[in-house]
Design a protein around this ligand. Structure first.
Ligand code: S3P
Length: 175
């Protein structure tokens, strides 16, 4: 039984890599944010505005425990998932955790295109965003670095490079 759990900052490509890996390995893919939105029938932004971050984190904790019971799956969690409760230790017990590590400038590039609404980044000007990512990433890396594996994804900006990242990931995981 295999369970692969991808983690990393917002904009690091967890969903993109997760989907590509799922196709390559013919394994089911679950994105934790999508799972939450489906189960709650509400967007993440809506949950944040109704219940605040604290309320969202409790729901996220419960849903993480649901998806991490599924077998032979690839899971991408939210950027903040590893940083709350004992989620990081729990994920390490449940599967092969991989930190998708990217430079702040790369994350900024992806996030400033901003197709997905991210409540934690709302209201920041482009100028503030890079400084925020730099500071926030330093805090979060304490958690991310507990992952069993790390994959550098700073160069993952086109289809060929995504393919290369997937190959590297398969090598790391012996799959
Ligand atoms: C969050 C990241 C988001 C989502 C929520 C909070 C975070 O997921 O879970 O907006 O705390 O970093 P993505 O990393 O998939 O954007």
């Amino acid at each position: 039984m295999k369970r692969i759990i991808l983690l990393g900052y917002m904009g690091s490509g967890k969903t993109t890599i997760g989907k590509a890996l799922s196709l390559a390995l013919d394994m089911r893919f679950y994105d934790l944010d999508w799972y939450i939105e489906n189960r709650m029938r509400k967007t993440i932004a809506h949950i944040f505005s109704e219940r605040g971050e604290e309320g969202f984190r409790k729901i996220e904790y419960n849903m993480l425990h649901e998806v991490c019971e599924f077998e032979d799956v690839i899971i991408s969690c939210g950027g903040g998932t590893p940083c709350h409760f004992d989620n990081m230790d729990y994920m390490n017990r449940q599967g092969e955790t991989v930190y998708l590590k990217a430079l702040p400038e790369v994350l900024y590039g992806h996030l400033s295109m901003g197709r997905v609404v991210r409540p934690l980044l709302g209201g920041k000007t482009q100028g503030e965003l890079l400084a925020h990512i730099r500071e926030h990433l330093v805090q979060r890396e304490t958690f991310y670095q507990k992952a069993k594996h790390t994959l550098d994804v700073s160069l993952m900006d086109d289809y060929e490079k995504i393919k290369i990242s997937v190959q590297k990931l398969r090598k790391i995981l012996n799959l």
